[in-house]
Design a protein around this ligand. Structure first.
Ligand SMILES: Cc1cc2nc3c(=O)[nH]c(=O)nc-3n(C[C@H](O)[C@H](O)[C@H](O)COP(=O)(O)OP(=O)(O)OC[C@H]3O[C@@H](n4cnc5c(N)ncnc54)[C@H](O)[C@@H]3O)c2cc1C
Length: 359
């Protein structure tokens, strides 16, 4: 990563952040809240088959993105320019979204073409995000990178929510000839996301400076990128090894310094429980302070209540980890692994506090 010699103008940086605003409605109204449930429940006409078909689109997209990103990223690194890649993938996103208009209700025969459109749009969205993110180190100094990245992220969520509220506002109203019988609104969210994208992505193309071109042809960039990717892969000692850490602080109170949330303990990522634990820590601290006149006794009480729970949450995360079947050391690990192969057991074990109530 090279630090920019000179930052982009404020307009260039804002336009970069606006990219998230332009792209987010696709994720909010198409892949999450409006189109995805419509596709599964109404278009396919059978909720279970619909869910399976939707899951297929998402996993296909994920595999394609995983295969393409490293190579195309290396190719873009070699060629210099990012914007041609962003443009090409944004075009795919727009076209994929626009095609969702033809997702007529009760038409399982359309699963193939509409799934293809969803895959094209998803790959287009994710890949253009990869290339847009790669612009960040070249438009802002390292110490402001976190700020600009967070601003773009936040702006994206605002854009997604506004788009969602706009859809909900026109829902069930016979506005603009929207016909609930033919699910016009649900089919329109794709083309509307494409239109939103086309309008709000323009500033990024106009005002955010691209990197200097290395004046390579596509073929030269592909060869050079491919070589550097292979070189990188060769240097990774254990390419399929991802370390996962957890920890639990033995103390949560140090005088008047209190640990809570992730600072106090952090379970493995497959738990899906960090937010609930952080919130419960904060509530326990507030309750302890309200119940005791003496601050030290309140803090001691807080630690005595929460430390054992933090420990249990961390240990539960380790048990859940046996699901992956890696390094199963004990009979208990093997029994837990077997039990967790059943998705119903997993639903009981993950992201829900059942294990806390059980013991
Ligand atoms: C990719 C990812 C996905 C996740 N998915 C889930 C999920 O699906 N479900 C779930 O429950 N949990 C999830 N988690 C975990 C969850 O986000 C955390 O457990 C939770 O946010 C912890 O909350 P916290 O308040 O303890 O810490 P944080 O949310 O990390 O808040 C700490 C804050 O302190 C600020 N800070 C740090 N240092 C300083 C300083 N010196 N001065 C001032 N401020 C400072 C940080 O900027 C940050 O804003 C996920 C985490 C990640 C990274």
């Amino acid at each position: 990563m090279t630090a920019p010699r000179q930052e982009a103008s404020k307009l260039g940086q804002f336009s970069w952040a606006l990219f998230d605003w332009a792209n987010q409605p696709f994720f909010t109204v198409v892949t999450t809240f409006i189109f995805a449930p419509y596709f599964a429940n109404v278009m396919v006409g059978n909720a279970i088959e619909g869910q399976a078909a939707w899951a297929f689109t998402q996993s296909t997209s994920g595999i394609l993105i995983a295969l393409m990103s490293p190579f195309l990223g290396a190719m873009a690194d070699a060629g210099g320019h990012r914007k041609p890649y962003i443009f090409a993938f944004q075009l795919l996103l727009g076209l994929g979204c626009a095609a969702l208009w033809w997702a007529y209700p009760g038409r399982p025969d359309l699963i193939g073409p509409i799934s293809a459109a969803v895959v094209i749009a998803t790959v287009g969205a994710e890949m253009s995000i990869v290339f847009n993110n790669a612009q960040l180190p070249h438009i802002v100094r390292p110490e402001r990178m976190g700020w600009l990245s967070g601003f773009g992220w936040g702006l994206g969520y605002c854009g997604g929510l506004i788009a969602l509220f706009m859809v909900l506002a026109v829902n069930d109203r016979p506005l603009f000839g929207l016909d609930p019988k033919t699910y016009t609104l649900e089919r329109l969210v794709g083309p509307a996301s494409a239109l939103w994208l086309a309008v709000f992505v323009i500033p990024m193309f106009l005002f955010t400076p691209d990197m200097a071109s290395q004046k390579l042809t596509l073929w030269q960039a592909a060869r050079q990128g491919g070589r550097s990717l292979l070189d990188t892969l060769k240097k990774i000692e254990r390419p399929f090894f991802t370390p996962i850490y957890d920890f639990c602080s033995p103390r949560m109170v140090f005088g008047r310094i209190i640990l809570l949330g992730d600072a106090a303990s952090s379970a493995r990522p497959h738990m899906g429980f960090g937010v609930a634990k952080a919130g419960d820590d904060a509530r326990a601290l507030a309750d302890a302070l309200a119940a005791h006149d003496d601050v030290d006794r309140a803090l001691a009480h807080y630690q005595s209540v929460r430390a054992p729970i933090s420990e249990r949450i961390m240990r539960h995360g380790r048990k859940l980890g046996t699901h992956l079947g890696v390094d199963l050391a004990t009979d208990e690990d093997r029994a837990t692994w077997k039990m967790l192969q059943d998705y119903r057991a997993m639903m009981d074990w993950i992201a829900v506090p059942n294990f806390l109530a059980a013991s």
